[in-house]
Design a binder for this molecule. Structure first.
Ligand code: C2G
Length: 155
């Protein structure tokens, strides 16, 4: 039984996450995901849209994932590797080199990220859409006010 371990926030679950998990699942027989807790995310300077419980429910529904465990600290990786008899620790290559110290415990692999999609980009796009819509509403209100003013003046 070859065990693969990775960690992440996996907020606003998207194809970048799915494609990483799919590739990881093909490296072995069991894929374990350490899911960042809401508190740990604060330490990463992240605030996820979905709570830990919601992200865990979404992640657990992914056919490539066999087990979801909480990620509470940076330091827990070595203990998790031992506890779950992990053969391969793997992350997207935005983490290239950051976890090489774990090579004494298991194989360490960094896989290419999926380009042109990220949770932060999705959040930015949504914020822009909301702003565009608000601007349109504001313009319509201004136009309506102008019409009302003209009607009042013409009386
Ligand atoms: N990822 C990817 N392609 C993307 C976006 C993300 O391959 N377009 C990968 C990342 O490289 C990471 C995983 O998906 O390996 C999860 O990404 P995040 O949820 O952003 O996790 P991160 O904040 O990098 O947390 O202790 C490690 C940290 O918890 C990692």
């Amino acid at each position: 039984m070859k065990v693969i371990l990775t960690y992440g926030t996996f907020d606003l679950f998207h194809v970048g996450h799915v494609r990483l998990l799919e590739r990881l699942s093909k490296l072995g027989d069991k894929l374990i995901v350490g899911l960042s807790s809401d508190e740990f995310n604060k330490g990463k300077g992240k605030s996820s849209f979905f709570s830990y419980e919601e992200r865990a429910e979404i992640l657990s529904s992914c056919k490539f994932v066999d087990l979801v465990i909480p990620e509470h600290t940076w330091e827990q990786k070595a203990a998790d590797i031992k506890k779950y008899n992990v053969d391969v620790f793997a992350m997207g290559d935005d983490w290239e080199g950051r976890f090489d110290s774990l090579k004494s415990l298991c194989d360490v692999v960094y896989l290419p990220r999926t380009k042109s999609i990220s949770t932060s980009e999705i959040k930015t796009l949504i914020a822009e859409l909301k702003k565009n819509d608000l601007d349109k509403v504001q313009k319509s209100l201004n136009d309506a006010i102008e019409i009302i003013k003209k009607l009042n003046y013409s009386e």
